[in-house]
Design a protein around this ligand. Structure first.
Ligand code: IPD
Ligand code: CA
Ligand code: CA
Length: 280
């Protein structure tokens, strides 16, 4: 007879297991402190520099926000691995937990004081997020999800309603920083806009995924994200009932992201393939 492995205690019906509860608490605390730093105490001079291209900016607040988030994680969960956009990967001990941190997602919005920039923090094991938090200070909202435990916005459960037909879908997307690549992405977007209700480019991938979860858009797609853009928002969207995948039909990965209601997923994917969104 097989010995049955005792099931790993996990989130069921909104009650997170002890590990998830701890990770969620740390993520919420770190995100709240980062929001206080970047939003409440926004300095007049952000110290803007450019990175990979003229469109790819970083401010002193991106760096400061990430340092603060790393401090909170290190104090509560010493030994965890942390991967952040500005500070790279800090390999931890053998605890097995990895954090994915985008200290400011939507830096262009932040620099121009457009709404939608956010702090995105996820933690998980073996490349799978167990908890995700996206804090959006301009709208004063915090999204959180626990794997198997649902997604919430400020404590209110998020659940996708039935989707519209493809031609009535409001679709969000984003563009990479590389000039040629964004030009190709723009060409595809120009074709898509004639086939759906309308297109939105809000400027912050993590919040775009939360917008799918909250029903503010019907679908979101983008090519060329990084793991810190995707980790928290993808869990939030999935836990709200969205289907996530890549355009080749496989599991979602930063390079290829489509998030939408399960009934709209294949029609949306077919349209994107027809218009060449997989070749940007
Ligand atoms: C960017 C934003 C943008 C998306 C880019 C991301 P950043 O993140 O999320 O909406 O289109 O792909 O890189 O650089 O502002 O953290
Ligand atoms: Ca980002
Ligand atoms: Ca960022």
């Amino acid at each position: 007879r097989h010995r049955r492995r005792s099931p790993r205690r996990r989130a069921v019906n909104g009650a997170p297991g002890p590990l998830e509860a701890e990770l969620l608490e740390v993520a919420l605390d770190a995100a709240a402190r980062a929001v206080d730093l970047i939003h409440t105490r926004r300095p007049a001079d952000l110290g803007v520099r450019t990175k990979s291209s003229a469109t790819d900016m970083v401010t002193e607040m991106d760096t400061a926000s990430e340092a603060l988030i790393r401090e909170v994680i290190a104090a509560r969960r010493p030994g965890d691995t942390v991967i952040g956009e500005e500070g790279g990967e800090e390999v931890g001990g053998d605890g097995g937990i990895t954090w994915w941190v985008d200290p400011i997602d939507g830096t262009t919005n932040y620099v121009y004081d457009h709404p939608g920039y956010n702090v995105s923090i996820a933690a998980g094991v073996a490349g799978r997020a167990l908890v995700g938090v996206v804090a959006d200070p301009t709208h004063g909202r915090t999204y959180a999800a626990v794997r198997g435990g649902g997604a919430r916005c400020d404590g209110t459960p998020l659940r996708l309603g039935p989707p519209p037909p493809l031609e009535e879908a409001l679709v969000a997307t984003g563009f990479a920083y590389d000039r040629e690549r964004r030009a190709r992405q723009g060409e595809v977007a120009g074709k898509i806009v004639g086939r759906v209700r309308d297109l939105r480019r809000m400027g912050a991938a993590a919040l775009d995924l939360c917008s799918v979860a909250a029903g503010r858009v019907d679908a979101y797609y983008e090519a060329g994200l990084s793991v810190w853009d995707l980790a928290a928002g993808a869990l939030i969207a999935r836990e709200a009932g969205a289907r996530l995948g890549s355009l080749d039909g496989g599991p979602v990965r930063p390079e290829s992201v489509l998030a939408t209601h399960p009934d709209l997923f294949e029609p949306m994917r077919e349209l994107l393939l027809e218009l060449g969104a997989d070749r940007v």
